[in-house]
Design a protein around this ligand. Structure first.
Ligand SMILES: *Cc1c(COP(=O)(O)O)cnc(C)c1O
Length: 412
């Protein structure tokens, strides 16, 4: 078959798509046996015409749901005007987005990238550049064990999990790891080489594990007292996910540097690194850049996402639906002891099961019932649905989970 023939059939023929994906794509993912053709709100439709409730939202990405009217309108209109123009020129959509993000957060300045990992790369470089330009030798980044900061060479070294960097060594110098939620461990690690502490407020990729409030307050104080920077990775927790625009607001602290990505573009790839004016002095002209970062299309989309979240009371919805889910899951945990723990904030929730119920099995059982979730490790499922999910929709998911638990509990 010639390449022109293939193009005509691949989106209509699931089996051909599956075969080509296996044959021609790098074998780094292990996809489930399903492909989606379109979505609407919290629902996705597969090539066989089945309907699913999307409780994972592209891993906390599809913040406004699928086929959101405002977002598709922005994509359509902006794409007809200008998709890309390089950093040689002023980009009004980028200026607008930077202004909005600064008004909404602690930050004074924003750099735009294309992903979470790239935003974190910028954060690590900025922290080092800040001390370099001040004539200080501080370079080391301390991050938490079981953290996740991305897949680039720099961010796998910032990630406190050896499995991500082991095949790709040697390890980069200038990274150290400490136990999460342990102030004393951090206190011991900080020395005259330390440039920054880098943290997620909820460790999303390692099982939805929130930081303790006292811990985060103590980390903030340690950083300030030692004259080092606090980088908060809000790639997963930012943009309304946890019930406030940024998760740090709920911890009563302010970072020096923050990174964003996943939910910011509502599905369009964009990342951002934000800092105070003081810290922004760590980058001078030419110190950092990106060809695509901050392009008119992605920035226009992110502006629409922020507009929708602020104008449509979406944060109120996140908190109401979250309360309803936590209340229901807590009640279910009392009834079904196989639910070991329910963790998280807002619409980023991890449900951990006892050994007898595997997370992958649970994910597949839920999928059979028409609900998409992600599994983390062997025992936890994660939900991060679109922020526009209704209480009724969320309760449907909880009921489906309960039905499966009922059957599984009987099986034992
Ligand atoms: C997903 C994620 C990243 C990496 O983002 P990419 O866009 O995949 O590069 C970094 N940090 C956290 C906390 C994440 O959840």
């Amino acid at each position: 078959m010639g390449i022109s023939d293939t193009k005509l059939t691949i989106d209509k023929d699931f089996y051909l798509a599956k075969q080509y994906e296996k044959e021609y794509c790098f074998n780094v993912f292990n996809p489930l046996e399903v492909a989606f053709t379109h979505g609407k709100g919290v629902y996705l439709y597969d090539t066989e015409g089945n309907k699913y409730m999307d409780m994972i939202g592209g891993i906390a990405v599809n913040s406004l749901g699928h086929n959101n009217k405002a977002l598709t309108k922005t994509i359509e209109q902006q794409s007809k005007k200008l998709i890309h123009c390089c950093n040689y020129y002023v980009i009004p959509q980028r200026a607008d987005l930077a202004f909005r993000l600064c008004k909404l957060s602690f930050a004074d300045k924003v750099f735009f990238a294309n992903s979470g990992a790239e935003a974190n790369e910028a954060a690590i470089k900025l922290a080092r550049g800040y001390f370099y330009h001040k004539g200080s030798s501080r370079r080391t980044i301390i991050s938490a064990k079981m953290s996740f900061h991305g897949r680039t060479l720099g961010t796998i070294n910032a990630t406190g999990q050896e499995k991500f960097r082991k095949p790709f060594g040697p390890d980069c110098p200038g990274f150290e790891y400490v136990e999460f939620n342990n102030v004393d461990a951090l206190k011991e690690k900080i020395n005259s080489d330390t440039a920054a502490v880098m943290l997620e407020l909820i460790q999303g990729e390692s099982g939805v594990r929130p930081a303790n409030k006292e811990y985060v307050a103590a980390v903030r104080k340690l950083c300030t007292d030692n004259g080092i920077l606090l980088i908060i990775d809000e790639v997963q927790t930012g943009i309304g996910r946890t019930g406030s625009m940024f998760c740090y607001e709920q911890y009563g602290i302010k970072p020096d540097i923050m990174t964003l990505a996943k939910g910011l573009g509502g599905g369009v790839p964009i990342g951002a690194m934000l800092s105070t004016n003081e810290v922004a002095s760590g980058f001078e002209v030419g110190d950092h850049g990106s060809t695509f970062g901050g392009n008119p299309l992605c920035c226009a989309c992110a502006n629409t996402v922020l507009e929708e979240i602020t104008n449509k009371d979406i944060l109120v919805n996140v908190n109401e639906v979250s309360d309803a889910i936590f209340t229901k899951l807590d009640a279910m945990r009392k009834k079904y002891p196989v639910i070991r723990e329910v963790r998280g904030m807002g619409l980023l929730i991890g449900i951990e099961f006892a050994e007898l119920i595997g997370a992958v099995d649970m994910k597949k059982a839920l999928m059979k019932e028409g609900f998409l979730v992600s599994s983390i490790g062997t025992s936890t499922i994660r939900i991060a649905p679109p922020l526009i999910i209704s209480k009724a929709e969320a309760m449907k998911f909880c009921s489906a989970l309960e039905s499966i638990l009922k059957i599984k509990s009987k099986e034992r």
